[in-house]
Design a protein around this ligand. Structure first.
Ligand SMILES: Nc1ncnc2c1ncn2[C@@H]1O[C@H](COP(=O)(O)OP(=O)(O)OP(=O)(O)O)[C@@H](O)[C@H]1O
Ligand SMILES: [Mg+2]
Length: 319
């Protein structure tokens, strides 16, 4: 339903040299397809470009090149007007349930604000819709007259989800929505998203650092490194049959049973800076299998199966 092709987003940064601008390529030539009614987990170390990718897809940041197809339309070609009428279909929920809700508005005003922008409901209809969505995120109807500060982190996150879902979206970007929550609230949020996914046939780009949650909730997983996707596949492709050394290293830190649940981290060395990225395969400076070719030749997509692709010159365990 969402098909991203060749998507790049860059930022220009001020440098000490007045005549030279530093370009930071936060997202580089990303291809990704998110089918209807499925969750694409997006993982990768801090700063690799996950949030920038999520926001670029929704045009909250303007990409510098590429295409983003929503069904058959490239939404990067949409005018501002076309884009604003599409916004209700494409929603985002952020990490921080404290800063993303306006403290001066009641919960009802927060929910109604989106409805007023995108739909033409009467006040009575807005009240009905708000009551309905608020009970579906397991909160009581009488909270509608209260203010965000009166709620816990988990409750606020449910309010943020309600604010997005009241608009009846088809695609949702969840950017670290469970990161600020404790374990029991994390589970509640995931269960809630799961119910809505089934009911609304939602497609979700689920960005998270937490590999356990990603592994539990995703149908597909994409692994990102320094702005690029290095491997993508179904959850099982990525967890049981990963072919990129980076994916292996990342996931082995949680799934190595021989270490009796101990965290082992196979990733040696620092992640390189995003401005002066390595040549060739970006991962070669940390890759235990890197050969000469990896340091100068950029890997192109290798199809491992109908669902799995890797960007590595020497994929592991590929049949
Ligand atoms: N508005 C901006 N201006 C300049 N650089 C930016 C901007 N937003 C992000 N960046 C840079 O782009 C890169 C990708 O950042 P991004 O926030 O997308 O990473 P991330 O994977 O979401 O990280 P995290 O896991 O910490 O949330 C980083 O190097 C970051 O410093
Ligand atoms: Mg982020």
């Amino acid at each position: 339903m969402i098909k991203i092709q060749n998507l790049s987003t860059q930022f220009s940064l001020k440098s000490k040299n007045l005549f030279k601008k530093n370009i930071l390529k936060a997202v580089e030539k990303v291809n990704l397809t998110i089918p209807k009614n499925s969750v694409m987990g997006l993982v990768g170390e801090s700063g690799c470009g996950k949030s920038t990718l999520g926001r670029s897809i929704l045009r909250l940041i303007e990409p510098s090149e590429g295409e983003v197809y929503f069904y058959d339309n490239d939404i990067l070609k949409f005018t501002n007007k076309e884009m604003s009428s599409l916004r209700k279909k494409l929603q985002i929920v952020f990490q921080d349930p404290y800063s993303s809700l306006n403290p001066r508005m009641t919960i009802f005003e927060i929910l109604k604000e989106g409805l007023d922008i995108h739909y033409n409901y009467s006040k009575a209809e807005s009240i009905d819709k708000s009551m309905d969505i608020i009970t579906r995120v397991n909160l009581k109807k009488d909270i509608l007259q209260r203010y965000p500060h009166e709620f816990s982190g988990g409750q606020r996150q449910r309010i943020s989800i309600a604010r997005s879902l009241i608009l009846n979206p088809e695609f949702l970007v969840c950017d670290e929505v469970t990161s600020a929550l404790d374990v029991s609230n994390q589970a509640q949020i995931i269960n809630l998203l799961n119910e809505f996914k089934k009911e609304l046939k939602l497609s979700i780009l689920f960005i998270s650092h937490d590999l356990n949650i990603i592994s539990y909730f995703s149908d597909y997983i994409a692994v990102m490194y320094l702005g690029k996707i290095l491997e993508v596949g179904t959850k099982s492709d990525i967890i049981n049959n990963s072919t990129h050394p980076y994916t292996k290293a990342l996931f082995s830190s949680i799934f190595d049973i021989s270490k009796r649940g101990q965290k082992v981290n196979l990733l040696k060395g620092e992640i390189p800076g995003s401005i002066n990225k390595p040549t060739g395969c970006y991962f070669h400076t940390r890759c235990p299998y890197a050969k000469e070719r990896c340091s100068h030749e950029v890997p192109i997509e290798t199809k491992i199966s109908g669902t799995q692709s890797t960007y590595c010159h020497y994929p592991l365990n590929s049949k």
